[in-house]
Each structure stands twice: as C-alpha cells, then as structure tokens.
Design a protein around this ligand. Structure first.
Ligand code: PMP
Ligand code: GLN
Length: 381
C-alpha cells in the first residue's frame, strides 16, 4: 500500500488540554476565555439560526459582515477598504491563513517566519511547498533583530508571516520594527501575511498599527482578523481577510475549495457585534489588562520571572530561576501532574534550537481561576 504522510504533529494545545482534563488541572494552557463573549451577540446568533435562512451564504461572506469589517477598518485604523472587492469572511483566522498560503505560495518560495511562531504556520508553509526562513524575537524584551531580518530577505522570498500582537510572546511590534518590515517588503516585492487576531488586545495605552496601513503596503498585505478573539467566542471560528483585489481574488479562489462558506447565523451575529460602541472594544482590552496584571503580580509573588506582556492574552515566564532542572516540556508536564496547573512550553513554537526555559500562561480566565492557579503553583514550588 501507499505510505501515508505522517509528518504532522499533534498541536501542543491539544496535548496540554488533554493532559489538563486527565489530571483535573486548571487549564492556563490553550488560549480561550472561560466566560463566553457578549450575551447580545450570542442572542443575535440564536435569533439568526431560528429565523434562517441557514443555507449556503455568499462565498465571500454575508454582505453585512463584509461591510462591518470594512467599517471597522475605517473606524479603528482610518483604512478605506471596499467591502465588495477587498473583504472576505472565513471559518476562523486559521482558514484565512491556509487560504492565503494556498493562494500565494508555490513550491520553492521562501517564507520568512518569526520565532516563536504560532503553531499552524510551519505545517501550512511546508505542506504548500514553501521554504521556511527563520528570524527571531529574543526575550526578555522579544526584540526583533533588524539585521537578521534584513539578511532573511532574498530574491526568492515570497512572503513574511507576521503575528502582531504576537502569540506566545505577548509582544506588540514597535513602529520602528514594522516600518523596517514594510521597507523590506517594498524593496523585495514581498507579501506580508498579517495575523492580527489580537488587534483589540493591546495594553497600557498602546494602539494597534496594521502593517497594511504603512506606506506602500496596501497592495502587499493580507490582513487577517478573528471574531473568536475580538468577541471572546473562539469556538465560532469566524475570521476575516482584508486585502487589495489583486490579492483577495486568488485567496477567495482558494477559500472556494477549502470551506467555501461560514455559518450565516454566526456571520450575522458578528456583524452585529461590530456595531458595538468603542466602550466595548476598550473594555475588552482593559479587562484583559487587569487580568494580565493580576496573574503577573501573583506569579511574581511566588518567585516566577514574568516577562513583559504588551498584548494578546498570554504571558511568558522564564523558569530558569525556579531551579527545576528540566526543560520547558517536562516542567509543564510536571506542573499539570504535581501542581494541577496547565501551561504551554514555549519551545513548541520554534522550528529548531529553541530556548527551553520559557513557559506560557493564558490569562483570559475568571479572577478566581487565576488566583487558584497561583495558589496551587505557590504550594508546589
Ligand atoms: N493566529 C493566532 C496567533 C492565534 O493565536 C490563533 C488562536 N487560536 C489563531 C490564529 C486562530 O484563530 P481562529 O480560531 O480564528 O482560527
Ligand atoms: N490559539 C490558541 C493558543 O494559542 C489555541 C488554538 C488551538 O488550540 N489551535 O493557545
């Protein structure tokens, strides 16, 4: 018989969540809020499911959601986009990433990835024939090495994947870093695949700056967002892509053959969600910032070396100082089994030669859950 491809690994989120359930651990591993998003948005979905229609919606997405995304581009970033030709709805940001790479990559194309990288990037790039080229951001500040970035661009570079704000580091790229990425993309004619699912989760007064809004990036960028993060409804898997018609057209062709459409009732509800006032979006970031502060203070009080977190709902720790004498995978495993708290080893987000002393905690959880986790860890250490 023909061999089957066995090169795809189980995601670290799946592994850690399963282990957490098995051991009754508090799950600060996989990133998902433990309180569902706004009730009125959920009600809008329930109403839409009952009222119907529940048949295939338009391939590019319901006009009302595409209009809402275009309006959000204008409202939050002053970015004018034509909802008819520049916005598409997908089944989560993950599908948007897959569609984009399916559309843009040809075997042998180099794709720049910034480590630590979100776990679906590498298998997608590789399965579509791309050649990953690595650049790093380095702790504790998770600064991008601009010289290494420049060196990564070649005549063969097709795209750079940039996740801002960044999972798992909690980094928000600086204006200077983004400007350099944009400059290099322009110089080499490289596409920027911008995973901006945490665009509404920036802290301490920071404002998100989409790469597509930088000079000359309008026709080189694919901006990807997710209602899962923006409305704390990760299970809905509603994402959206903004790109110039020349880019969106082939991405939409790929989307036809991947999922084709996304449940219309959920699209309707997300469109409704985008009509919320600024207070909602500001409140989301403020709530999450308070949780970041809560877990940071708690972890520091029991001796954890907590790194800065500027956005997302993840915070990383350097566990070297805890003297546990194991690598991050083993420490996370022991933490579940012995302490009853799940985290995620950051080395899972590297291609190779990963640092092995960093672990990631997800903090989009109820305060008592965060406090409970800190208490368990405090007793364990
Ligand atoms: N990109 C990043 C960086 C993420 O953290 C996530 C989280 N799940 C996704 C993409 C996937 O988003 P979605 O659930 O909308 O597919
Ligand atoms: N994005 C989530 C995280 O980083 C996990 C999503 C998944 O399990 N694939 O934890």
């Amino acid at each position: 018989t023909n061999p089957v491809f066995t090169g795809l690994a189980t995601t670290v989120f799946e592994t850690m969540s399963r282990l957490a359930i098995e051991h009754g651990a508090i799950n600060l591993g996989q990133g998902f809020p433990d309180v569902d998003g706004p009730e009125d948005v959920r009600k809008a979905a329930a109403d839409a499911l009952m009222a119907g229609p529940n048949q295939y919606p338009p391939m590019l997405g319901l006009p009302e959601l595409r209009q809402a995304v275009a309006e959000a581009n204008r409202r939050f970033y002053g970015l004018e986009t034509d909802w008819k030709t520049e916005v598409m709805v997908t089944s989560g940001a993950t599908e948007a990433l897959a569609d984009t790479m399916l559309a843009l990559l040809e075997p042998g194309d180099e794709v720049i990835l910034i480590e630590p990288l979100y776990d679906c990037y590498l298998p997608l790039v590789k399965r579509f024939g791309g050649i990953p080229v690595r650049v790093r951001v380095t702790p504790p500040e998770w600064k991008l090495n601009l010289r290494a970035l420049r060196a990564a661009f070649t005549e063969n570079t097709k795209a750079i994947l940039i996740n801002n704000p960044m999972n798992p580091s909690g980094k928000v790229f600086s204006e200077e870093e983004l400007a350099e990425v944009a400059r290099l993309c322009r110089e080499y004619g490289v596409y920027a695949i911008c995973d901006e699912v945490y665009e509404h989760l920036l802290f301490d007064g920071r404002r998100h700056r989409p790469l597509i809004s930088f000079p000359g990036m309008r026709d080189l960028s694919v901006k990807i967002g997710s209602a899962g993060k923006t409305f704390s409804l990760t299970g809905w898997k509603v994402g959206y892509v903004t790109a110039s018609p020349k880019l969106l057209d082939p991405i939409a062709k790929a989307h036809q053959f991947v999922t084709f459409t996304t449940p219309p009732g959920l699209q309707k509800a997300v469109a409704y969600g985008f009509s919320k006032e600024d207070a909602y979006f500001e409140g989301l970031a403020a709530d999450m910032q308070a949780k970041r502060d809560r877990i940071t203070t708690g972890l520091k009080s029991i001796g954890f070396d907590v790194l800065p977190c500027e956005g997302t709902y993840f915070v990383t720790c350097d566990v070297t100082s805890l003297g546990l004498n194991s690598d991050d995978f083993e420490i996370c495993r022991r933490m579940v089994v012995e302490a009853g708290v799940a985290a995620v080893p950051v080395s899972a987000f590297y291609l190779a030669d990963a640092p092995t002393s960093f672990i990631r905690f997800c903090f989009c959880k109820r305060d008592e859950v965060l406090d409970g986790a800190v208490e368990r860890l405090g007793n364990w250490i």
